[in-house]
Design a protein around this ligand. Structure first.
Ligand code: FMN
Ligand code: 173
Length: 388
């Protein structure tokens, strides 16, 4: 195991002997309800909620529950290695922090706390275009930590180039372009509470900090905050994007690029043809198309369609170490973790995020060993059994 993860076996026993209980639960399935008790309803439902009836949020979990791991015995899995390489980044574990926007609605330190916790554990953070702190501030908070940048592709080429240049200059190495949220979906929870974080003027790092965006305004964001925020929201709505236009991003980003939100094997092939380096199989945590296929059900077909021509990443519904193992067994190289650590952020800022991540990494390492596997390469379709 890489040094920073230590020995989880001894950690379990030492914690048990110390009698010191953690600040909040180690049960990933209890995190959401415990966060609900301490968060305001607006931010809570913004994070927890999904599109429409919530069918896809449930389907994501159901797809994990339907598959079960078949453990093997006496394989000598005392020494384990969960490291991997994705888009040229060496990872100590196959886990990255999914891009999550407007984190200051959850905790005042927002992305800064997340960046610090991720760096402490050696897990890359993917910074959202909709972040509440600037690209540069988050880069500084992440110190030596690996950083990736997520792009919501602006309608203006000037603004696109400006953000990409800033991200490269600030040391972000890989780019994740999100394709599934060119407009926000019908999200009844947010509508019922009239809670749209950025319309309320939160998460406005780009409107305030980006020179190209500022240049496009008649009045500065300081003079007219609402117009700046509205214009910024319009910047991300649809139009003018195509598989061919990905070449434009390639021209302006020198590192690897992945597209996020792929659910059909043909779209995965188009991403390969467009020269992408990776794809993220994802339904945005059930927040966009209510009734869409569970991301885990889409994964095996996509992994098969692209083979090893690009790196396949996965998110939507990952909650436990066993879930990570299931996604990897079905063809992902690594997973993006979303809501769980956001609840950690709500519970205790940097320390809360760290607590959730550490628990997941320990669970992953222990489950890998207890199922009789020494490395991620040992996992495959043979690892799982599917229940009807
Ligand atoms: C509160 C919240 C904000 C999000 N913001 C973004 C974002 O800014 N960019 C993006 O690509 N995805 C965003 N996502 C989607 C996540 O990156 C990820 O796909 C999703 O959370 C995975 O589902 P899970 O949380 O159920 O595991 C957001 C998700 C949540 C819950
Ligand atoms: O809420 C989301 O799912 C999301 O992706 C987003 C989009 C814009 C701003 C903040 C988050």
């Amino acid at each position: 195991m890489p040094a920073q993860f230590g020995s989880y076996q001894s950690e379990i026993y030492l914690q048990g002997m110390s009698g010191v209980v953690p600040a909040f639960t180690n049960d990933p399935t209890a995190l959401e309800s415990s966060a609900r008790e301490l968060m305001e309803p607006g931010p809570y439902w913004y994070v927890a909620g999904g599109a429409g009836s919530g069918a896809t949020v449930r389907a994501n979990r159901e797809a994990f529950d339907r598959r079960r791991i078949v453990p093997r015995m006496l394989t000598d899995a005392t020494e384990r290695d969960v490291s991997t390489t994705v888009l040229g980044t060496e990872l100590a574990a196959p886990v990255l922090l999914a891009p999550i926007g407007v984190q200051s609605i959850v905790h005042p330190d927002g992305e800064l706390a997340t960046a610090r916790a991720a760096a402490e554990l050696g897990i890359p953070m993917i910074l959202s275009t909709a972040s509440s702190h600037t690209i540069e501030e988050v880069a500084e908070a992440s110190g030596d930590g690996e950083r990736w940048y997520q792009l919501y592709w602006p309608n203006s080429d000037d603004v696109t180039v400006s953000v990409l240049e800033r991200a490269e200059r600030a040391g972000y190495t890989a780019l994740v372009v999100t394709l599934d949220t060119w407009t926000l979906a019908w999200r009844p929870h947010d509508l019922d509470q009239s809670y749209l974080p950025f319309i309320r003027g939160i998460g406005t790092a780009i409107p305030f900090s980006d020179p190209a965006f500022r240049a496009s305004l008649e009045r500065t964001p300081e003079e007219d905050r609402n117009s700046a925020v509205l214009r910024w929201v319009q910047m991300f709505t649809g139009v003018d994007k195509s598989w061919e236009r990905l070449a434009f991003l390639r021209e302006h980003w020198s590192g690897p690029i992945a597209v996020k939100g792929v659910l059909h094997p043909d779209d995965a092939r188009r991403a390969v043809d467009a020269g992408m380096d990776g794809i993220v199989v994802s339904n945005h945590g059930g927040r966009q198309v209510d009734g869409s296929v569970a991301a885990l059900d889409a994964l095996p077909g996509i992994a098969e369609a692209v083979g090893d021509r690009v790196d396949v990443l996965f998110d939507s519904g990952v909650r436990t170490g066993a879930d990570v193992i299931k996604a990897i067994a079905l063809g992902a190289k690594a997973v993006l973790l979303g809501r769980p650590w956001v609840y950690g952020l709500a519970h205790g800022g940097q320390e809360g995020v760290r607590h959730v991540l550490r628990g997941l990494l320990a669970d992953l390492d222990l489950t890998l060993g207890l199922t009789g596997n020494r490395s991620l390469a040992d996992l495959g379709r043979h690892t799982l059994m599917e229940n009807s």
